[in-house]
Design a protein around this ligand. Structure first.
Ligand code: PMP
Ligand code: GLN
Length: 380
């Protein structure tokens, strides 16, 4: 069989979660919380199902949720968003990313991605018949070198993908980054796809520099988020995209023949949560910051060296004091021999930096889970 995705195997998240299960390891690999969703959310879901919201939602998403998303965009980022023509609810951010890419990218075109990059981007680009052009982030700070982005632009460049807070590093774009990006894209026909799924997991009083705050960028952008991260329910797979009307129209052409629509009861539940419990997402940064700080403190008692974590729920650790194995071998060894599962960074790269010895640990876990992992990591 001549395959369409010859370079693609099973995603590293599935590989590592399976290995963790086989070996009874503490799974700090794949990113998902192991604690409960807010009780109110479960009650709202239950209420929505009992109220009979069990058939197809409108293709674009249910009106109360699109309205709540638009209100949140105004409240959080000062952007006036038209709920009818600029918001589309999707089955997770993964679907939104896929739709956005397929809505605008044509065969033979190029999409700039910043490495390390989340693993779903490139296959979606390739399935569109296009090519991912990889620009490396700084291997220590994961900052963007905008001169390299500028240099990567060709007449075939159709789309640029950014992700802040960044998976796997937690790095965040700041105002100067968005300013540079604005200047780079000005007078080009390049679209922007901004993956902001960790938008509410922000630490140390910093602010999330959403593309929605930047009118010139937002005018050419798809801004993607996911309720899985914000409401501790990665298994529900509900996300959305905000984009100007012309882009939203193209986005919906893909969405309607990809999934058509998304699980109805959850849409009503999220609408109620956004409207009636804004404190949930307003306090999410503080909630995760406490976990981050405690976990980092405990890591000081191990030979793993934690890197800074500005946002998101992943902690990168430098394991070079422990092992000289390449990262994928290291995380498998760590799972099998020490009972703790991590994610290697090399699957997020076209060309991993030589000699990089970093692994990603997810701290979206109960304290008992993190304590159990630390007990094991102390023995390294
Ligand atoms: N983008 C990034 C950067 C992510 O970390 C994730 C979730 N791991 C997604 C997209 C996908 O989100 P969802 O589960 O809502 O499809
Ligand atoms: N986004 C999650 C992570 O980075 C995993 C999602 C998935 O398993 N596809 O860990």
């Amino acid at each position: 069989l001549e395959t369409k995705l010859p370079k693609v195997g099973t995603t590293i998240f599935t590989v590592m979660s399976q290995l963790a299960a086989e070996h009874g390891a503490v799974n700090l690999g794949q990113g998902f919380p192991d604690f409960a969703v807010p009780q109110r959310l479960v009650d709202e879901l239950d209420a929505a199902m009992r109220a009979g919201h069990n058939q197809y939602a409108p293709m674009t998403g249910v009106a109360p949720l699109r309205q709540a998303i638009a209100e949140k965009a105004l409240r959080c980022y000062g952007r006036q968003v038209d709920a009818d023509n600029e918001v589309t609810v999707t089955s997770g951010a993964t679907e939104a990313l896929f739709n956005a890419i397929h809505a605008v990218v044509r065969p033979g075109e190029e999409v700039i991605v910043l490495d390390p990059a989340y693993d779903s981007y490139e296959p979606a680009i390739e399935l569109a018949g296009a090519r991912a052009v990889h620009v490396a982030l700084d291997p220590q700070t994961f900052a963007v070198d905008w001169s390299r982005v500028r240099a990567a632009i060709t007449p075939r460049t159709r789309l640029l993908l950014i992700n802040s807070p960044h998976n796997p590093s937690g790095a965040m774009l700041d105002e100067a980054d968005l300013q540079e990006l604005t200047e780079i894209l000005r007078d080009t026909g390049i679209f922007l796809l901004s993956d902001e799924v960790y938008e509410h997991i922000i630490f140390d009083g910093r602010r999330h520099e959403s593309v929605l705050r930047w009118p010139e960028l937002a005018g050419r952008a798809f801004v993607v988020s996911s309720f899985g991260k914000t409401y501790h329910c990665t298994g529900w797979k509900v996300g959305y995209a905000i984009a100007p009307p012309a882009l939203t129209a193209e986005f919906r052409k893909v969405h309607q023949y990809n999934t058509f629509t998304t699980f109805s009861p959850a849409q009503f539940a999220f609408a109620a949560m956004i409207r009636e419990q804004p404190e949930h997402y307003e306090q999410l940064g503080a909630f995760y910051q406490a976990k981050r700080d405690h976990f980092r403190e405990q890591l000081l008692g191990t030979r793993l060296k934690p890197l800074p974590v500005p946002g998101g729920y992943f902690q990168l650790v430098d394991y070079s004091a422990v092992s000289d194995l390449p990262d994928t071998e290291f995380v498998k060894w760590l799972t099998v021999e020490h009972g703790v599962t991590a994610i290697p960074l090399s699957p997020f790269y076209e060309v991993p930096p030589a000699g990089q010895r970093l692994a990603r640990l997810c701290f979206a876990k109960n304290q008992a889970t993190l304590d159990a992992a630390i007990e094991r990591l102390k023995k390294l």
